[in-house]
Write a protein that binds this ligand. Structure first.
Ligand SMILES: [Zn+2]
Length: 287
């Protein structure tokens, strides 16, 4: 099952590449105070219309964009748990409407997400047309499912959907240049079950850098995600999940300082000490 788990980590990791890839150049070309296309969505995205299937789940309106199929039905079945999980961590203050779309083909998925040829092994992506974090605005959000998502086990489908829903819920509060380790680490903290012995890697001497999340080698990509996830788990275990949420807002919100400053301001500990404590914690020693 390691092989299977490894593949899923690649899937969960890759779903976020589109957001980052689009955010980098746009951050440099668009004022933060103006509506900014934070993600490459459809060239002429089809907005949700009153004719699209809608259902109320967990107090939120689920809208199926495009053609409903077995995959959107599956998403509908898994969304109540995903919503509850995200709300437990982030609270209820995020978009009441959740738009889900099943791409009819891998080519359509690549086009809808603008991920390109790298979309081949991606299960889902959370995209947005315009984001203005300084004003808490995210427009045209949707979770796009690739045909390959139908092959996931129920547990893995739940993980991927919850991970993407966390990005959906926090998009309007996340700076375009937010460190990836915060975004992915906390999304995985919310979505992934506790690690088992077989999935627990050695605690490293540094946090993942943004480049670690752009690795093309699946094993390297998994390492970045796993480290971010485990560090987020360590913070939550030591300081509580409320502090982890505060850390997300400080380290990834608009106008965020560098990671070291955000850690010190939020947790009262410097980065080197936290990493040392994490290594001690991971090795079972007091720290
Ligand atoms: Zn992600």
């Amino acid at each position: 099952m390691i092989r299977r788990r490894r593949r899923i980590r690649v899937l969960a990791a890759a779903v976020c590449l589109a957001t980052a890839a689009a955010a980098v150049p746009l951050t440099n070309t668009s004022p933060a105070t103006q509506p900014t296309p934070a993600h490459a969505g459809p060239a002429q995205p089809a907005p949700a219309t009153s004719a699209e299937p809608r259902v109320i789940v967990g107090g939120r309106e689920i809208v199926v964009a495009g053609t409903p199929n077995a995959l959107t039905d599956r998403a509908g079945a898994h969304l109540p748990a995903a919503i509850a999980t995200v709300e437990r961590f982030w609270g209820p203050d995020w978009p009441r409407q959740i738009v889900v779309q099943a791409a009819p083909s891998d080519t359509a998925f690549a086009e809808l997400t603008r991920i390109g040829p790298d979309a081949e092994h991606i299960a889902a992506a959370a995209v947005a047309e315009w984001v203005d974090p300084s004003h808490g605005i995210a427009v045209g959000q949707r979770i796009v499912l690739a045909p390959g998502a139908s092959a996931l086990t129920d547990d893995d489908f739940q993980l991927v959907l919850t991970h993407e829903l966390f990005h959906y819920a926090t998009r309007a509060d996340t700076a375009l240049d937010a460190p990836r380790w915060v975004q992915e680490g906390v999304a995985d903290y919310v979505a992934r079950p506790a690690p088992t012995v077989s999935t627990t890697p050695t605690a490293p001497d540094r946090l993942p850098e943004d480049a670690d999340f752009a690795a093309t080698e699946p094993a390297e990509l998994s390492v970045g995600y796993d480290r971010a996830w485990l560090f987020a788990r360590f913070i939550a275990q030591r300081y509580g999940s409320d502090r982890l949420r505060e850390l997300y807002r400080r380290a990834a919100g608009p106008g965020h300082p560098d990671t070291a400053t955000a850690l010190t301001e939020t947790l009262g500990a410097d980065e080197d000490q936290l990493l040392a404590d994490w290594r001690a914690h991971a090795s079972g020693q007091p720290g």
